[in-house]
Design a protein around this ligand. Structure first.
Ligand SMILES: N[C@@H](CCC(=O)N[C@@H](CS)C(=O)NCC(=O)O)C(=O)O
Length: 205
């Protein structure tokens, strides 16, 4: 790794995952901020130079650009204690990171984005129609996490891994999407364990 720059919007939990991973590993990270509400990741220059998919986060290492939050976390944490070396445990970390992207983020993060940043009054008819299904799917994801954490302190093994970082990012702000953390006591205790990790930094926004 050479000089690292994170292309980010500080309100995004996907970006925060990378900031938190870098902080826990004491890896220096420069940031370049964009306002996604103003379409700043959809300009011709951004699409041509940074990410043809028009989204942040993107981790830049020298002249190479790596979109996708969990790929960027993996790039930073490879070879550290945040990625177990034992084969099953390593795959189990990936399992939770894929769960985060498929079951958790599209529901828990999307409701936060719609309700906190877009505003209920500004939602399209399609978004409004999707609210109940996204709420139910988000609650199912949080319940599954709570059941898992009732029996173990961390998602994989006996210490923090990227699975915890990936899932912490949007879980700790889930109340901004009107999910009630009180319904998930094991998740609430786990959030405190993550916050107590040496090097922990809070989300900026
Ligand atoms: N799967 C991607 C999701 C990236 C994503 O959805 N980024 C959002 C912000 S969290 C974005 O850039 N939205 C702006 C847009 O779509 O124009 C990841 O994990 O990095």
């Amino acid at each position: 790794m050479t000089s690292l720059t994170l292309h980010q919007d500080p309100r995004s939990g996907n970006c925060y995952k990378i900031v938190l991973t870098a902080a826990l590993l004491a890896i220096p990270l420069a940031v370049r901020n964009y306002d996604i509400m103003q379409g700043e990741t959809r300009t011709p220059d951004f699409l041509a130079r940074v990410n043809a998919n028009g989204r942040i986060p993107v981790l830049q290492d020298g002249d190479k650009f790596l979109p996708e939050s969990n790929a960027a976390c993996w790039y930073l944490a490879h070879g550290s204690a945040l990625v177990p070396t034992e084969r099953f445990a390593q795959a189990d970390v990936l399992r939770w990171m894929f769960f985060e992207q498929y079951n958790h983020e599209p529901n828990v993060a999307t409701l936060r984005f719609w309700l906190r940043f877009v505003g209920q009054a500004n939602l399209s008819d399609l978004q409004r129609a999707q609210l109940p299904a996204k709420r139910a799917a988000g609650e199912a994801a949080l319940k599954l996490m709570d059941d898992h954490l009732a029996a173990s302190d961390w998602f994989v093994g006996s210490g923090a891994t990227l699975a915890d970082i990936a899932l912490f990012a949007y879980t700790h702000v889930c109340e901004q999407g009107c999910f009630a953390l009180d319904d998930y006591p094991a998740v609430t205790r786990w959030l405190a364990r993550v916050r107590a990790l040496p090097g922990f930094v809070p989300m900026e926004a």
